[in-house]
Design a protein. Sequence first.
Length: 72
Amino acid sequence: MAKTLELQFGTEFGKTVRISVDNPKEPIDEEVVKLSMAQIIAADVFTTASGKLVASKGARVINRDVTDYELL
């Protein structure tokens, strides 16, 4: 099962931007996620069409089951 940590940020124009982290370290520490998101915002290194990241909106872990079929 593939896992992804999705970080959700609010932008200066009121939109939501998502940053995904593949295979996050388990268990997820909420305080570390909050601190990391605050550091991402403070570093101001991401710019989007919706403006700069200005707020943490949420985070979630997404689980995916993937089945590959080899077709010849």
